[in-house]
Ligand binder design. Structure first.
Ligand code: FE2
Length: 271
């Protein structure tokens, strides 16, 4: 079985006039995916703001690419103009593409496990305490993600769900998809940019990596969120993949198809 991995395709922003290509890119993305010799597409979050938008993009791509999608949301996908991101989260949970608390058996040997993850400031600068990250959280950072609890508390809920799923999949080889950074080696530190280093607090959680390390049966980990492309890295005894598409201004070229080729990882799993 062949699986294509993608993350952070940001179809709304990348189609927009001001930050994107100024045209709806969803058919291009669907055509690209259709051309791939794979059985399934896995998207590690950040497709579009709000569940209504995001799910409509996913359904459009599935229909036009004629390939099934498995999805976990990222922070942008749970942004809401309403009162609660739990509404968005539950819309994903109830959608047929969702991996939330629902591992998908891919082959006799392999299971696909998904969990959005979250950030809990454990990647923050060591001179700050957790309380200070909460107090000094930038006013414009992820303000449309409304889970009505602290980031560390929300991350804990997600991490407990992740561990419980992994416990139930010990007998399988696992492909794990999350949105947030699990290991410090995928953080970028810039000695001359305190702001950048501060933003690492919001990149992910050490606990995601600690949980992954408890399960040697996890063979592949795919994530995004950081719009830095690290490729596929052999680390911690497994293959870790971070190749987000990101925003147009972050691309190596303005050619969508070229960028999609650069960021798509195809893996082959034993039947
Ligand atoms: Fe993103």
């Amino acid at each position: 079985m062949k699986i294509a991995l993608l993350s952070d395709i940001h179809l709304d922003v990348n189609s927009s006039d001001d930050q994107g290509l100024g045209r709806d890119i969803s058919l291009d993305v669907a055509s690209f995916i259709q051309s791939l010799d794979v059985d399934r597409i896995v998207i590690a979050g950040d497709v579009a703001e709000s569940a209504v938008n995001c799910l409509s993009y996913l359904e459009y791509i599935e229909t036009n690419a004629k390939k099934p999608i498995s999805f976990i949301p990222g922070n942008h996908d749970v942004w809401t103009e309403g009162t609660s991101s739990w509404d968005e989260y539950n819309m994903y949970r109830n959608h047929h593409t969702s991996l939330i608390d629902l591992p998908l058996q891919l082959t006799d040997k392999y299971v696909l496990v998904g969990n959005m993850g979250w950030y809990d400031y454990t990647f923050g600068l060591p001179e700050y305490k957790v309380e200070e990250f909460i107090t000094h959280r930038p006013k414009n950072w992820d303000v449309k993600a409304k889970f009505h609890m602290s980031d560390p508390a929300f991350a804990n809920i997600l991490m407990d769900q992740l561990q419980s799923q992994l416990e139930n999949c010990r007998q399988y080889r696992v492909l794990l998809v999350t949105h947030f950074v699990p290991y410090t080696e995928f953080l970028v530190r810039k000695p001359d940019s305190p702001e950048w280093n501060w933003s690492n607090s919001f990149m992910g959680s050490r606990r995601i990596g600690e949980i992954i390390n408890l399960y040697p049966n996890i063979e592949y980990v795919v994530f995004g969120h950081t719009h830095m492309r690290f490729g596929m890295v052999n680390t911690q005894g497994r293959k870790v993949i971070c190749k987000p598409l990101g925003y147009v201004h972050e691309w190596e070229s303005p050619d969508l198809n070229e960028e999609l080729k650069r960021v798509t990882t195809i893996i082959s799993l034993d039947e």
